[in-house]
Design a protein around this ligand. Structure first.
Ligand code: NAP
Length: 529
């Protein structure tokens, strides 16, 4: 990446209720298409313990003084602020993430939509201060003494350490349930794309819609952040499995039982009904969805389809149909309207994708390689553009790397299966993923496959001809549905409607007289996710 001679300005951090610029030269953020330096970030010199104490004490106290309905109103006010500034966010995303407008929308509008969904859900919780979890339970013969489980907001701070691919959605899908719960947020965006996160926080802070300490942003190095965590704090991490290991084994998590949510790598699958015929609706729906998943945000989506399982007899036909659509995908500068797929987030990511591809190729053949098609309006020596590649494997049972290595770019592998049982067994080799999509016109197959796939996925997305124009997309994360996955995917759980509030609340049993529990119930709302 080339840089201008004069370093770009440092983006200020917002901690302790004021804007503070870090010290030193900072880390540069680049335009991944033009190679120009856009801004710099530095967290050096910040008093992080004071920042956490301010958020915990001032932000937490102010938020917990409000009811769920009042906090929902804060989310609505934030939505208004963000909507009013959307043009600036799109400009930043084009420059810093290299995404075409349609892909930027997944991040920007997706984030604002999630925030507004939680505002609506929170409104329904009314003036309550806690959530009542289940019915009262008699503890003895006399019904006068009973147990009521309640959920109360944790009196700590929520630290979010986010990945580079969703600087907007990644913040708001977490901040919405946290703030609605009454828990202040400190966001540490990934350095490569920190600008959009920083700008959105700046707009919300400057609009004065949140109490001081409710929302802080630290851009730059993560050094020292985890050390500030205390027993009632929570940390939510999204990123690679390697960094996830560091987070999980940090003393704050190991020694203070800091609650930790991890969203990591995932080898998501698409499964075609073994009974589907070439050219059937189910077949065509799979082809379209695979192409969409490979190309939206250049495949830099944690939910993107990485492995495609089809009946052996349809392997060649599927490869040809996907390749024909991929051949029409124009790659290059997102500012050019002829471009359908922009760049990866950085040259470093482009190198990672090429290195990952080389690993996969040891076990797969190349069925489609878009790199021969010239880039539109972009210099291949500068731009972090990587064309889509479809790989194929006719003996996936013998593969290892294909089921283990996530290539975070426009890459997927088509795999031939002999029957339903083998397909399910091969999907399980991903050792836990965020989402699997199933393509079939047969409700019985969908139900059977869903039951088998559910234990290894956070979400099963079934696409049948009757929902062809209604379904929300394999890779789109809807706030109403769970996001997260077991095993390799990190074991985390996010969203799922009001279920998300659970992470930011503590569950306790209150054992008391009926009269005392009546008083308690007056300040609670039944928790019905
Ligand atoms: P990453 O390199 O692991 O970085 C993630 C975040 O961790 C960044 O903010 C990074 O800061 C920070 N970080 C790095 N080292 C750290 C340390 N020692 N202690 C604390 N924080 C540290 O991941 P990435 O490359 O940004 O993201 C790509 C990965 O994220 C992919 O594997 C993808 O599957 C996964 N992902 C998963 C989901 C999901 O919901 N499951 C969503 C999106 C992405 P710096 O940027 O400053 O280094």
């Amino acid at each position: 990446m080339t840089s201008t001679t004069t370093p770009a300005p440092l983006l200020p951090n917002f901690v302790e209720g004021r804007w503070q610029t870090g010290t030193g030269p900072g880390l540069p953020l680049f335009d991944p298409v033009l190679g120009t330096e856009l801004a710099r970030v530095s967290s050096a010199g910040l008093n992080l313990p004071a920042a956490f104490a301010f958020a915990r004490e001032q932000g937490g106290r102010a938020l917990r003084a409000l009811s769920y309905r009042e906090r929902a109103a804060l989310l609505s006010a934030m939505v208004n602020v963000l909507q009013a500034n959307k043009d600036a966010y799109y400009a930043i995303a084009t420059a810093n993430s290299g995404t075409v407008t349609r892909d930027s929308a997944v991040d920007i509008d997706g984030g604002i939509f999630t925030l507004s969904t939680y505002a609506r859900m929170g409104e329904r919780l009314g003036e309550a201060r806690c959530l009542l979890d289940g019915e009262r339970i008699r503890l003895g013969k006399d019904p006068l003494f009973q147990s009521q489980h309640i959920l109360t907001p944790t009196p700590g701070v929520a630290l979010f350490i986010n990945a580079f691919n969703f600087p907007s959605w990644g913040l708001w899908e977490k901040a919405a349930p946290a703030l609605l719960s009454g828990v202040p947020v400190i966001i540490k965006p990934a350095t490569a794309t920190a600008w959009l996160t920083q700008r959105m926080v700046q707009d919300v802070v400057d609009a004065g819609v949140l109490p001081p300490g409710a929302l802080s942003v630290v851009c730059g190095s993560s050094a020292g952040l985890m050390d500030c965590l205390q027993p009632f704090d929570v940390v939510s991490f999204t990123g690679s499995a390697d960094t996830a290991r560091i987070i999980r084994s940090h003393p704050a998590v190991a020694e203070h039982s800091v609650r930790c949510n991890i969203e990591a790598d995932s080898l998501n699958s698409a499964l075609l009904d073994p009974a589907a015929a070439e050219g059937s609706e189910a077949f065509n729906l799979l082809v379209s969805e695979v192409v969409r998943e490979m190309t939206v945000k250049s495949g830099q989506k944690c939910t993107a389809i990485r492995r495609i399982f089809v009946p052996r007899a349809l392997f060649d036909a599927t490869a040809q149909a996907i390749a024909a659509k991929l051949a029409k995908v124009t790659v290059g500068n997102p500012r050019n309207e002829a471009v359908r797929m922009g760049s990866l987030v950085s040259r470093e990511q482009a190198d990672n994708v090429r290195a990952g591809l080389a690993q996969l190729k040891a076990e797969a053949t190349v069925l489609f390689d878009g790199s021969a098609i010239p880039l539109v309006d972009a210099d291949p020596k500068v731009a972090a553009c990587v064309a889509p590649t479809l790989l194929g494997c006719t003996e996936p049972a013998r593969a290892d790397v294909l089921h283990r290595v996530e290539v975070f770019g426009p890459v997927a592998t088509l795999m031939a299966c002999d029957d339903e049982a083998q397909a399910l067994e091969l999907i399980a080799r991903g050792e836990g993923s965020l989402v699997c999509s199933v393509y079939s016109a047969d409700p019985a197959f969908i139900a059977r496959a869903s039951l088998a796939l559910a234990p290894m996925h956070g979400r099963v997305h079934a696409i049948s001809p009757d929902v062809a124009s209604l379904h929300t997309g394999h890779g789109n994360v809807m706030p109403q549905s769970l996001h997260g996955g077991p095993g390799r995917a990190g074991g985390g759980e996010e969203l799922g409607g009001l279920r998300a509030l659970g992470f930011y609340h503590r569950r306790s049993a209150v054992q008391a007289s009926t009269a005392a529990l009546d008083d308690l119930a007056a300040s609670g709302h039944a928790f019905q996710p």
